[in-house]
Design a binder for this molecule. Structure first.
Ligand code: DP6
Length: 344
């Protein structure tokens, strides 16, 4: 059998509200998580494939932003080699993969969620042509994305993705599920302004960070807390209760950083301006009553979350107060989006 062709998908990054931090086995999360799928911060990935059952082995030629990239290329090759149980044709093919990000390379925005989910969509699309089925298998897409990078499992989901087994019906450790239809519509138009405090590479990779949890004395309490917070958060989101939502999301970000501060070794991932922005957001909220909240990834950049109706006021304020605290004044404006898209 031979199949060949080319396929192109874009897929966005996402920002976790309840954080996945700690994993085991084959990329299984220690606790459930939930995230907003973004819109503007995307990876755009093309795959040229040549599958021939007479040809033994997998060969991968990976280009990032039009240049060969051996570092990410070997991670991708390892990932593809690890999923031949799901996609046996990967043992008999040549792939040319070319990927680019919409967000600047050195913006400090993690790209593994968007990159791995875009690649997973391409792979599932190839599988769909082999099976001659009408729709891509989205559960498989999220599973494969997870095997590439845990948080990528949530990027295959429009608007709001929930990953990890919990009280929510249908939830699973293997893939993320859509959650947007169970929340108040205010969350369907939420903004995420990403305030770039530092564009440097992270000082600890996510994988190493997850590993730190294995030795943490707080591990068990943390996993229980994340599960409980997820349920409280989903109730608040259903009720449109922005105050409870915001308080939990901020506590989550600070818990993640707290765990890293007291891990062995310890990591301080915030910068002085991270703290200044947190304080500015809190005093603006106190003074105006406007529900703007922050969250953080495992890095120094602040994600400023707020409902659409306050967009004009918050933008005017943040240009004055937040922009000067950002690296080169950079704020990347994003919002909840509809997930992966197939391009011609
Ligand atoms: C802090 O998904 O990047 O962003 O599975 O090792 O690739 P790997 O880790 P990754 O971890 C993300 C950690 C986080 C929280 C989150 O997105 O839930």
């Amino acid at each position: 059998m031979t199949y060949n062709g080319a396929i192109r998908w874009t897929s966005p990054s996402n920002i976790a509200l309840i954080k996945y931090w700690g994993k085991h086995g084959r990329q299984l999360p220690r606790n459930p998580s939930i995230s907003f799928t973004l819109s503007n911060c995307i990876s755009d990935t093309s795959v040229h494939y040549d599958i021939d059952s007479a040809h033994d082995g997998l060969s991968v030629d990976f280009h990032f932003e039009d240049k060969p990239n051996t570092a990410f290329g070997s991670r991708i090759e390892k990932f593809l080699g690890s999923i031949t149980d799901h996609l046996p044709w990967l043992d008999h093919c040549r792939l040319k993969i070319s990927s680019r990000n919409s967000f600047p390379h050195s913006s400090g925005i993690a790209s593994s969620a968007s990159a791995m989910s875009a690649l997973a969509m391409c792979l599932v699309d190839i599988q769909q042509s082999i099976d001659q089925s009408n729709e891509p298998n989205m559960m498989l897409a999220s599973s494969l994305a997870r095997l590439g990078s845990g948080s990528a499992s949530r990027s295959t989901i429009p608007q709001i993705g929930q990953w990890g087994h919990c009280e929510i019906p249908g939830s699973s450790d293997l893939y993320a599920i859509p959650y947007a239809d169970q929340v108040d519509p205010v969350f369907h138009h939420y903004h995420d302004d990403i305030c770039i405090v530092s564009a440097d590479e992270k000082s600890v990779s996510s994988s190493a960070g997850h590993g730190l949890m294995d030795k943490s004395v707080f591990a068990e309490q943390r996993y229980t807390q994340a599960g409980q917070r997820l349920i409280t958060l989903t109730h608040a989101m259903k009720a449109g209760d922005l105050e409870t939502f915001g308080a939990l999301v901020e506590d989550e970000a600070l818990t993640l950083h707290g765990l890293m501060l007291c891990s062995e070794p310890s990591f301080v991932l915030m910068e002085p301006n991270t703290i200044s922005i947190i304080q500015a957001i809190r005093s603006y909220r106190r003074d105006t009553g406007i529900p703007v909240h922050f969250t953080l990834d495992a890095g120094p950049n602040i994600h400023m979350l707020y409902p659409d109706e306050y967009s004009a006021e918050i933008t005017a304020w943040s240009q004055q107060v937040i922009k000067p605290l950002c690296h080169n004044g950079r704020i990347i404006k994003d919002h909840i989006g509809n997930g992966p898209k197939k391009l011609k």
